[in-house]
Design a protein around this ligand. Structure first.
Ligand SMILES: [Zn+2]
Length: 237
């Protein structure tokens, strides 16, 4: 299998996305820019290092919104350090944190952060639990969350269970980026990726085992071909 070289970057005028990293069981980290706005998507371990390489500290402080697809550690491992960095650097403006209903990891990280730092945090964190799939707008960007189908092993790997998991479609000045997060092949992703200017699709299935939690290369490419451009990410290395 070909090793994906990160970062991966895409831009159309002032709408861009940079995937710092997306390696299963290690880390994801994505920065979306629309005009002056900066959103972080799936801040896995290493997100601060990558943001620090990419942005001036004042620009990191101006991040307004964080979008979480699901609670697995390779997608949320950097949330604690991001929240803490923004506190240390005295962020003054609100931070919105979007996550799927039932994602206990984000609520647990947030509660632990509140327990430790509530008296010394300079900014407001707004937990935004996504409970429906209605489109909303932030800073001129339309955000369309949609359900995807992702699971995890339990009981020593003998069973699996579904986890709360979302994909997001971001629209800005007529351009659309669809990010599926982690998912097995699912019709909702197909629907949202179709016609998008860019689809970011995981192809995380282990070739030998066919784990049913992720998409195979063929499935991801099939969906990708319905978009104008696509990237395959989260490929096992
Ligand atoms: Zn996952």
């Amino acid at each position: 299998m070909v090793k994906t070289e990160y970062p991966i970057y895409w831009e159309k005028e002032d709408f861009s996305i940079k995937i710092f990293c997306s390696i299963p069981a290690i880390a994801t980290g994505i920065l979306l820019r629309a005009g002056d706005s900066k959103f972080v998507i799936d801040p896995g371990d290493g997100i601060l290092r990558d943001l620090n390489d990419e942005l001036h500290p004042d620009e990191i402080l101006s991040i307004t919104d964080v979008f979480i697809t699901h609670g697995h550690h390779d997608h949320v491992g950097g949330v604690w350090s991001l929240l803490t960095y923004l506190r240390v650097m005295r962020k003054r403006t609100d931070l919105n944190l979007y996550y799927p209903e039932g994602c206990v990891e984000i609520e647990s990280i947030y509660n632990a952060f509140r327990t430790v730092y509530s008296k010394s945090t300079s900014y407001q964190i707004n937990l935004k639990k996504i409970m429906d799939y209605n489109r909303f707008t932030r800073r001129g960007v339309t955000i369309n969350p949609f359900p995807v189908c992702h699971s995890e092993f339990i009981n020593e790997g003998n069973e699996t269970r579904l986890v709360p998991a979302l994909g997001y479609k971001f629209g800005y000045k007529g351009k659309k980026i669809c990010y599926g997060g982690d998912t097995a092949f699912c019709p909702e992703l197909l629907k949202h990726a179709k016609g998008a200017d860019l689809a970011i699709l995981e192809a995380g299935e282990e070739e030998e085992s066919g784990d049913g939690m992720h998409m195979s290369m063929e499935e991801a490419e099939m969906i990708g071909n319905s978009a104008k451009e696509f990237f395959l990410v989260h490929v096992p290395q």
